[in-house]
Design a protein around this ligand. Sequence first.
Ligand SMILES: NC(=O)c1ccc[n+]([C@@H]2O[C@H](COP(=O)([O-])OP(=O)(O)OC[C@H]3O[C@@H](n4cnc5c(N)ncnc54)[C@H](O)[C@@H]3O)[C@@H](O)[C@H]2O)c1
Ligand SMILES: CC(C)[C@H](C(=O)O)[C@@H](O)C(=O)O
Ligand SMILES: [Mg+2]
Length: 357
Amino acid sequence: MSRTVLLLPGDGIGPEIVAQAERILRAVNEKFDLNLTFESALVGGAALEEMNTPLPDATLDRATKADAILLGAVGGPKWDGLPMAERPEKGLLGLRSKLELFANLRPAVLYPQLASASSLKPEVVSGLDIMIVRELTGGIYFGQPRGVRQLESGERQGFNTYTYTESEVRRIGRVAFEAAQQRNKKLCSVDKANVLEVTVMWREIMNDLQREYPDVELSHMYVDNAAMQLVRAPKQFDVIVTGNMFGDILSDEAAMLTGSIGMLPSASLNSEKQGMYEPCHGSAPDIAGQGMANPLATIISAAMMLRYSLNQEEAAAAIEAAVSTVLDQGLRTADIMSEDGTRVSTSEMGDAVLAAL
Ligand SMILES: NC(=O)c1ccc[n+]([C@@H]2O[C@H](COP(=O)([O-])OP(=O)(O)OC[C@H]3O[C@@H](n4cnc5c(N)ncnc54)[C@H](O)[C@@H]3O)[C@@H](O)[C@H]2O)c1
Ligand SMILES: CC(C)[C@H](C(=O)O)[C@@H](O)C(=O)O
Ligand SMILES: [Mg+2]
């Protein structure tokens, strides 16, 4: 049975990094006889330019039908002045919401070869392996009402609303408890329950769920402390579960523990395990078009896609092993460059992973 992978390169470095991941996917498709077919479509700024909307119906339709989606990144300075509803980011948020991709898994794993690329001391980060489970379709990103209104005084007031329903918290909680069961059985729920009622409820529900997962040790941490603990002693964490915005921020922070945001992959899953896979980073306009971007986060995201949505563990493991091999060879894009590394471009990194497969 043929399965369809939809490629959504997007903007900035998106097309450069997705091109490398596509080469790797086509190679494992041959090697492991996976019977994958590839399609591509427009999203974000690229779609705005061609079709005047960041999420064309044709893209949404293909995404709904695809077995899995690989996305590069969206956004860029060219579109920053647009009203919120027309921005490239709305394309990405629309896909997440329409496909109900509520569970965002962001593993922060330090490849031992990159211990010196981290801005933290090697002993603080060596052996690091954290899974951030970020709720992706609710919270302040999607709460209503939102906007900018004019007060009677004539002053403008911007507002967003932070909401979670019980069922939204329960379903992401279950994903996190189950992830912890597969790992070291420690779950830290990150909230702001000392200030925000929505997260008081979040905490109650996590405590309630814990009764169903007695083998998992549950702890709670306020988000400000969690941000600090992530750089003080990151190895205390196994699985972190948190809401949409805190997860966005903490996962960028965790990325730096692994050497570079160019190393952090992600999977966004719905309840049918249909998934969209993307690096955690953005379109990196400062380096776009220069062949400098690190394609490894996207390539590792492709491996996650094979594992979680396409059930191809062997092919996923082969890609991860190839990534480890190129790092052993000392090959480094600029973001993970160290004194004894050999600097390579985006496509040279792709060549090397391909050769190591
Ligand atoms: N998932 C997404 O599509 C996504 C995620 C984050 C930001 N964005 C968008 O991207 C644009 C730029 O945002 P930003 O600058 O805040 O974040 P960014 O992640 O694009 O870049 C932050 C820094 O990290 C570097 N960087 C990012 N990815 C890299 C890679 N693969 N290799 C080497 N260096 C890399 C960039 O050069 C930059 O210095 C904005 O429009 C933002 O909305 C999109
Ligand atoms: C581009 C933006 C909408 C997105 C987010 O905030 O979720 C990005 O930062 C991410 O981490 O995927
Ligand atoms: Mg982000």
